[in-house]
Design a protein around this ligand. Structure first.
Ligand code: ATP
Ligand code: MG
Length: 510
């Protein structure tokens, strides 16, 4: 078509400033979001040249979509430490108000890591939140509690069998480690029982008594020694133990020195406050080659002493098994296994008694050397800082400061000063977290509350870097496994549901 320079062809229609004139046309006040597709870079580049990268790390367990960009976020402490080099130690601390999905995000990580060949180890599930998952992936569920299952704290586990396969230093290290671990757990149980640690002399007596027990106990015939056997050694007063008690050849003096220790051991073996959970042969020995959960949910929350003692015993057994596994892998006798240790409901564990903070402190400092990734879950910083002694509070704050990544869900604004002192958060990030803890809307249509707005929303923070806001969407399978509100699905039985008095009478007569 030819036309003169400067003039416009009259035939070409153009929209005006308010869009096309006419019916059903015109301006739009709503800008529609463009459609988004995701594809691999190989395919997308051929279809569309303006593809953008995700901008979020893609190494590890797929967690969910970035709330701002929609990009996929893959994140778990082990992959970010081992493969992506994004964090300095393989641990994550998850904080958030109750019911917003903390355990759910840790379960997602555990499930994904199990797919990568990492063994999830839940050393003490107080709820239980992880039993269904571990069962579903073919793991081992160890139930502990009064009358439900025993965990013999003097059982060296697989250390003895492993030592038999090893030689030289490796062998003596495994045995020394098992001895130290058993000594430490008996001392810890005594601490819980008395609310005070054993004295130096008692520690030495205990150490000697354990050695005598190992030398004299016929494990092949009678199985692993128990606290009953330890008590018997203490009462038999062999020469070595008497020397450690400094009885100066006087049996009466020995009896005086060991009286308190004997009394505490009687309490531990004879069904005292802690029951007999630790004094009977182990019901289910822990396996190293499977995901494992210790289900301790049958222990009532009011029994804080027992909870503390059981958690300590689970940690001891779990980390004992891990170090045996590493010793065998070092010697080339077993494949190297990595573990993902979950300490959920950490605030309950820390409050459960003296010495718990030190235990967790020791575990969290060593996780890199021990080849374990760790996830710790708690509600708020104030929970951690509510511990009675200043020393414990400082240590508890250290758990958050030292973790490779901190994953925050909805939190109240009162938390922010404490949280920012441990993890730097910008004003915008703080507002985001405070917004996620808003109460759910009331839906009058169905007479029920909607989902809490912040459920499944988390901010992944690594050091001073900007946080990545992510929504964890559950898959259908997970939704069934993840239901921690199971007890609330059925409506309560009201008087109408109960059999009528006449029916009951008929039954009685019939
Ligand atoms: N991303 C999600 N999408 C949908 N439902 C979820 C999501 N996360 C959690 N839920 C549901 O919310 C409920 C509570 O989740 P969860 O037990 O993980 O919370 P929590 O933060 O660990 O709570 P608590 O502090 O009491 O341990 C569960 O029924 C779970 O199925
Ligand atoms: Mg939880």
């Amino acid at each position: 078509m030819k036309h003169r320079r400067g003039s416009r062809p009259a035939a070409v229609p153009e929209p005006g400033p308010r869009g096309w004139p006419g019916r059903g046309r015109g301006s739009s006040t709503y800008v529609q979001a463009p459609d988004q597709w995701r594809a691999t870079t190989v395919q997308a580049c051929g279809l569309w040249p303006f593809a953008v990268g995700t901008g979020t790390p893609m190494t590890g367990v797929p967690l969910g979509r970035n709330l701002l960009s929609g990009a996929t976020l893959c994140c778990d402490p082990i992959s970010w430490f081992q493969r992506a080099n994004l964090i300095s130690n393989p641990s994550a601390f998850v904080l958030g108000k109750p019911g917003l999905g903390k355990s759910t995000v840790v379960r997602r990580m555990a499930l994904g890591l199990a797919g990568y060949g990492v063994m999830p180890l839940v050393l003490g599930d107080l709820k239980p939140d992880y039993v269904d998952l571990v069962e579903a992936i073919g793991g081992q569920v160890i139930r502990l509690g009064r009358g439900r299952g025993y965990l013999n704290v003097l059982d060296p586990g697989e250390a003895v069998a492993a030592a038999a396969r090893l030689t030289g230093d490796a062998r003596s290290q495994v045995l020394a480690d098992a001895h130290g671990r058993r000594h430490a757990i008996v001392a810890a149980l005594i601490t819980v029982m008395r609310s005070a640690p054993p004295t130096d002399r008692e520690e030495t007596v205990l150490d000697r008594a354990l050695r005598v027990l190992d030398d004299t106990h016929e494990a092949a015939r009678r199985g692993a020694p128990t606290l009953h056997d330890l008590l018997a050694v203490l009462r038999a007063a062999p020469e070595d133990v008497r020397a450690a008690a400094l009885d100066r050849g006087d049996r009466t003096r020995y009896d005086d020195v060991t009286e308190d220790l004997e009394a505490t051991l009687i309490g531990l073996t004879g069904g005292g406050r802690l029951g007999r959970i630790f004094a009977e042969p182990t019901t289910t020995p822990m396996r190293r080659d499977r995901p494992v959960v210790f289900d301790v949910s049958s222990i009532d929350d009011a029994q804080t002493d027992l909870q503390a003692a059981v958690l300590l015993a689970c940690w001891s057994a779990g980390f004992g098994a891990i170090s045996v596994g590493h010793a065998l892998a070092d010697a080339g006798l077993e494949p190297r296994r990595h573990y993902f240790v979950v300490l959920d409901e950490l605030w309950r564990a820390l409050r459960a008694g003296r010495g718990m903070v030190d235990r967790v402190d020791a575990l969290t400092r060593l996780n890199r050397q021990r080849g374990v990734g760790m996830a710790m879950v708690s509600h708020t910083m104030s929970d951690l800082l509510a511990l009675p002694s200043e020393e414990d509070r400082m240590k508890a704050r250290g758990f958050v400061e030292r973790s490779g990544m901190v994953i925050c869900g909805g939190l109240p604004s009162a938390e922010m000063p404490m949280l920012t002192s441990a993890v730097p958060l910008t004003r915008a990030e703080q507002d985001l977290l405070v917004g996620w803890q808003d109460p759910p809307a009331w839906n009058p249509g169905v007479g029920a509350e909607a989902e809490p707005p912040g459920r499944g929303h988390f901010l992944v923070k690594v050091g001073g870097r900007p946080g990545i806001p992510v929504h964890v969407a559950l898959t259908g399978v997970e939704r069934e496994l993840n239901d921690t509100n199971k007890l609330w699905h059925e409506l309560s039985r009201s008087a109408d549901d109960l059999p009528s008095p006449s029916a009951t009478e008929d039954q009685i007569r019939g």
